[in-house]
Design a protein around this ligand. Sequence first.
Ligand code: PRX
Length: 633
Amino acid sequence: MAHEVDVLLHEKRIFDPDDETIERAHVDNWEAELKKGKDLEKYWAEKAEQFEWFQKWDKVLDDTNKPFYKWFVNGKINLAYNAVDRWIETPKRNQVAILYANERGDERKITYYELYRQVNKFANGLKNLGVKKGDRVSMYLPMCPELLISMLACTKIGAIHSVVYSGLSVGAFVERMNDARAKILITADGTFRRGKIIDLKKISDEALLQCHTVETVIVVNHTGNPIEISDLSGREIFYDRFIEGESDEFEAEEMDAEDPLFILYTSGSTGKPKGVLHTTAGYMVGIATTLRDIFDIHDDDLWWCTGDIGWITGHSYVIYAPLLNGTTTLVYEGAPDYPDPGAWWHMVERYGVTKFYTAPTAIRHLMRFGEKYPNIYNLSSLKILGTVGEPINPEAWMWYYKNVGKEKLPIMDTWWQTETGMHLISPLPTTPLKPGSVTKPIPGVEAEVVDEKGNSVPLGKGGFLVIKTPWPAMFRTLYEDEERFINVYWKDYPGFYKAGDMARKDKDGYLWIQGRSDDVLKIAGHRIGTSEVESAFVSHPAVAEAAVIGKSDPVKGQVIKAFLILKEGYQLKTQLIEDLKRHIRYELGPVAVLGELDQVESLPKTRSGKIMRRVLRAREAGEEVGDTSTLEE
Ligand code: PRX
């Protein structure tokens, strides 16, 4: 590991922007923009001016009660109004807002005006059900226009949406729905995946048996999968019926800048998933600005972020930021390699995508099929590329640069998290790039690499990544768990935000992210807590105890390696392995990719009974175990 990092820090290649990129860029001078960001409040106030406010803010930042920061104090605004209604009076009215396409070749184009009407109808439907500001509405939907419409409708009313990723399964779904105490669930008959239809309704039905707060279930007829509306309590209704006859006018709710916008669950090191809570105005300003400046959004762009809306990448950069910028967002339902590994490049050619944002795991996956596929298609519409979700290794960066970017397009390696809401460390289009480095914090943000005590570490040395400045899209708390919010993020380094990542800084001040410093796995860019996987294992009748670590994988980054103590009479044989795989899939979904299962007699634990995953990891890697003075046996 240390050796690898050393190689990274000796990375000599630097890629400067070409003239065309510089000429076109909104921000044509990176260094000057970084300087501008030093005056934090002025910088973000200028960025906030782009929106239509019902009432302007009194103060940009209130940091008198850290870490409970407030942004745009007393401002009144509505996100959906700014993302949709605002464009209706402009020439963008008939421009495509959402371009939906899928692996079967279907497409739907929804203009801003059409979107406006659809959102209003849905908002009226929700209102008639009694949904009001502050109520929680859950979605368990594929990448389909109705997901965007229902989220925007919530935002327009001021209801808090809580989207559950459709790749999560029953156990994970129940946990998230119950924590949010959702009143409404919007789901679908299914989703297309590699030529098959995955029955989402069935998963929802099973989850609903354990969720008792849901009063109404709205079902999108998306795939034509024949399903029955079977619920005897009569709480189910098809989406089309639900909006039938609703008015297409709806007045946006005046939201306070700090009113909650959404909850999105993410995995932590311990315990149940964390309900990351984002609020209104700061979030809008942060995401709209970063998309515009980092991906240099112009009126003629066609933006494609391949992330799923069920994660933060999709919330911020598939829906909200593109619409707040009045651009066209491509919403694609399908895998990168289906029907063949040219599927995504085919989309780029077919629609003339100009900005393309994806994850390292997808690039590594596509690399395996060679250079042939990206070279079959005409990718000349592309202007800027991006990556997110995990560190990108220099080989993958170079492959992307060469085969997709044709050795001239800049790659924006954006570091951020569910909690940060927006990009925090990333180049701008005019930044000189080093393959594998996220470069520097964006204007208005300061980051540092520190040791356990909070002191900056020498250049080149690994340490913990902290953010030193507040930023507008920062999460405000963990839903109904303030204590955990403080303990996890703000206690170790008072005044600084602890990111939970390890990083290094090189002599040019460029940052190199090394991965998580906690017990969170990154499987194909998806975040999953070891403790969630362990709980899922022990809920199986054959398993007495489980410990889980990440095992590195050339494509997915990490997969799960589990050490299991089985109950009397069980042996880890083929049948049980299959059964455990099914069980994990049922509890967590396909995101939990199992690599290896080992049956063990005991697990390394501290005297207080905590599993020492560090010991397992070291043993697995054939490294020294280090300090074991707290080890029980
Ligand atoms: O470890 C970092 C990694 O993803 C984590 C955040 O995961 P999540 O909340 O699921 O959000 C992912 C999408 C924003 C971080 O703690 N990560 C994210 N982007 C990068 C990254 N690691 C390295 N380079 C990145 N560009």
